[in-house]
Design a protein around this ligand. Sequence first.
Ligand SMILES: [Ca+2]
Length: 374
Amino acid sequence: MSSICSDVPLRSIFLKFPLAWEKKLIMKQACKNPVPADWVFHMQMLDKDACLLDNNKLRQRLNQLQDLLYLYELQLKDILENTYHRTNSRLFSGNRSTQHEMLLPTTSGNLIVYDQDCSAVYNQKKTKSGYYRIRPRADREPFLAYCDMSDGGGWTVIQRRSNGRENFNRTWDDYKLGFGRFQGKNDEYWLGNDHIYDLLSRGERSLKIDLMDWHGETRYAVYENFQLANEQDNYRLWFGTYSGNAGDALSGGSNFEHQWSASHRGMQFTTFDKDHDRFLAGNCASENKGGWWFNRCHAVNLNGRYYRRGRYKGSHDDGMVWSTWHGMWYSLKYSAMKIRAPFFIDSESGDAISTSVMRTSEYKEQGNEELDFT
Ligand SMILES: [Ca+2]
């Protein structure tokens, strides 16, 4: 007859009674009352099954933890290097399984905490310009935006034109959701009216517009109290006091008559497929080749056609216009619209654009052609 005194199942019994005096007691009891061989065999099988089960569970858990580690390593890399992962990447779509969430220690919370805007990113001592994933509203998905950390830092770029590669003659929905490339520091994009609205609705905002012409000259305009209404009010535009050296074109210029028909203050957003402008006989977005807060029609058309020579001709003043600087028939080379919390305000000129934009000669060297999106 086999005895439990010398058999394997003791290991599992000992695991449950780890103290030395407990083990001694068990040994004593077991050796006093030898156990029948079939019972020992049965216990051995149970012990083996339990071991296998435990082993499988541990292995499964290990795999899950390895997956999680991989996931968070990638996310960390995403944040640290500002690399762009397209939204179709499941890793970043927020669709992590609930099982993963449940596995997280309860004290850790969400490991990825997104900053609400680029000012918040800057305040986290992340002072390198680049693309960051931000989340102005906790109940919406985070999204990428270029954070301009020069020029005082903390700017969230909502629009950029720099090379004419992106089509800005787009639908309401495109302007609502945003479009363009979010990779290179000069990539052209529109952040999206919903995203801009969410950023602005967090509080009063300052808007700064950096401009460059085809001679490399730069100008800027700053507007206090930049606000948008929501989509129900067609993203109606509001802005306060102007400062800068580009001229107050958003208010329609210095001419009072022009202001009445060209000021963008209080205007709703118009695209070629949704007309909310004050031009009764037509659609300003169709004429001027981009979505904007048109009056009848504009003194600023920064989402207009990208002409590569500055001066242009046409049946409509559809270029990238800032009328108070170069007039209606000059299309600029570069524009960046960026917003920031007012406590960040300083009115220094955006020197950064002179280094971040290619010079005209470089464009030509690279064989860039004028793109026509009409
Ligand atoms: Ca109209």
